[in-house]
Design a protein around this ligand. Structure first.
Ligand code: AMP
Ligand code: ZN
Length: 492
């Protein structure tokens, strides 16, 4: 039986501001969309916090036996410098400043993003679509919104008419903002804008002469508004209504509010059942953000080349640090906090490394089933990773007691205990045991050394030593293979 049948997951739904039982639209299947990075610069650790949390959500859903289609886009066009549909496109600006093609900017930072994800042990999403790969579909969606009467064209640009939409729908349903307040609070149009009302947002922008990222459309040579791509790509790959939509809290308004308005206009149905928002990672008590220069890059943490931390930290320690906080709480990043996480992480991994050496006892002194249930309960409670980690430390305590012969587990309990720890630590939290990684690197080095010594023995016609090295390695389960390119080995 699939695990999801016995694990009722609860998700905090930002749309209703409450924890709700998770019921997918189609039993056994989950559609999840997460807003991806805008690839105009390196993703910082704050961005990684958000993506890492959804990586754990994805991992847990897969573990529960759901068939998950996880879509995380790449924003490679249309994201302007500010939310008021003004300023330059972020990617075009970077291209102008560096005198390179916008697609060179996109390529550089997409490659960097993927490199970070690989270093930090992320699972790849099922689909990673790009905004520029869906211009045709975006133009089609704009036409549909115009037909429905909720968008208007002015001088080659097209804007979503928030007031018209709000007459029969609820603009502000997600963010709680009221259209009347928006009217009051948005600064008056300065005459430069073509918008009828300041709260309207761009679906299509006519490109100025110098704007290099442009596509033909019925209205002008231009480019799509940022919010549109997510409506288009989520609908295309997950349908008009899908299960989970995620992103950082800072995207709730205007980005996600606008996504709802666009999608709802076209389909007439509620686009997303569960909205999930991660809280912000802070540095020096301020939101980590590229625009303010208050950030650290994930790879700078691994290399230790930065001005913030006293030394380098491993990717698994950073993952552990992130998972020690609830995703809906703010998280303060600092060298001290990372050092504390490093200690906890080492304790956990040390205990796990010892697990294989434990031998079964006649009786169990620890209720493995109850503990296992508590681990699932933590994750079922809106992915409460800090509580899960506290249960994992209970397991560490038990392992250490067993080490000192103060506790014991029967064979069946021991197997269940080991499997559960491995599942939660490695499959679900995505942590890595650097101790075993290090030792496998060391083993490779030792075998390479023996291959070299054997080669020297053969050159000296010392066949006895050469055979001894080969035969004793076979006994250890390591087989040497002599070939034209030299000797290789395999471990059985
Ligand atoms: P962007 O590339 O700016 O569109 O951001 C990518 C994702 O990172 C979005 O979901 C943002 O909400 C999220 N994000 C940005 N800054 C932070 C931060 N300091 N902490 C957590 N998430 C963040
Ligand atoms: Zn989005």
């Amino acid at each position: 039986m699939e695990l999801y049948k016995e694990n009722q997951l609860k998700i905090y739904n930002s749309l209703n501001k409450s924890k709700e039982d998770f019921k997918p639209i189609t039993e056994g299947y989950v559609g999840m969309y997460v807003c991806g990075p805008t690839v105009y610069s390196n993703a910082h650790l704050g961005n990684v916090r958000t993506f890492m949390f959804f990586d754990v959500v994805y991992r847990y859903l897969l573990h529960l036996g759901y068939k998950v289609r996880y879509v995380r886009n790449i924003t490679d066009a249309g994201h302007l410098e500010n939310d008021a549909d003004e300023g330059e496109d972020r990617i075009a600006k970077k291209a102008r400043l560096e005198e390179i093609e916008p697609m060179e900017v996109v390529q550089r930072y997409t490659v960097d993003f993927h490199n970070v994800l690989k270093n930090y042990n992320f699972l790849p999403p099922s689909i990673e679509p790009t905004a520029t790969g869906h211009i045709v579909e975006q133009i089609e969606m704009i036409k549909e919104i115009i037909e429905k009467g909720f968008a208007y064209e002015v001088n080659g640009s097209v804007y979503f008419d928030v007031l018209a939409y709000n007459k029969s729908n609820h603009y502000g349903i997600l963010s709680g903002r009221k259209v009347e307040d928006l009217i009051h609070n948005t600064r008056a149009l300065d005459g430069q804008s073509d918008k009828k009302n300041p709260q309207d947002f761009a679906l299509w922008k006519k490109a100025e002469e110098r704007h290099i990222m442009r596509w033909p459309s019925p209205w002008s040579d231009g480019f799509p508004g940022w919010h549109l791509e997510c409506s288009v790509m989520s609908t295309k790959y997950l349908g008009e209504s899908f299960d989970i939509h995620g992103g950082g809290m800072d995207l709730k308004f205007p980005h996600h509010e606008c996504e709802i308005a666009q999608s709802q206009t076209c389909s007439g149905v509620k686009p997303v059942n569960y909205w999930m928002h991660t809280n912000m990672l802070l540095l020096n008590s301020q939101k980590m953000a590229k625009s303010t220069g208050n950030f650290i890059l994930p790879n700078e943490i691994l290399s230790g080349k930065n001005n913030i931390l006293p030394k380098a930290f491993s990717a698994s320690v950073v993952r552990f640090f992130n998972m020690q906080a609830n995703y809906r709480s703010i998280l303060d990043f600092s060298g001290e906090a990372l050092e504390a996480s490093e200690k906890g992480h080492a304790k956990l991994m040390e205990a796990i490394t010892f697990l294989d050496k434990i031998e079964a006892d006649k009786a169990s002194t620890f209720d493995v089933k109850k503990w296992k249930k508590a681990c699932y309960d933590a994750m079922n409670d809106d992915f409460n990773t800090p509580i899960l980690i506290s249960h994992l430390f209970e397991a560490v305590k038990v392992i250490n007691q067993i080490k000192e012969h103060k506790a014991g587990l029967t064979n069946a309990d021991l197997e269940e205990f080991k499997t559960t720890i491995n599942v939660f630590v490695f499959d679900i939290l995505g942590l890595m045991n650097e101790a075993t990684q290090d030792s496998s690197e060391k083993i490779n080095g030792v075998v390479e050394l023996l291959i070299k010594l054997r080669k020297e023995a053969r050159e000296n016609k010392d066949w006895a030593l050469s055979d001894q090295i080969r035969d004793e390695l076979i006994e250890l389960g390591i087989q040497l293979k002599d070939g034209k390119e030299g000797t290789t080995f395999s471990v059985n």
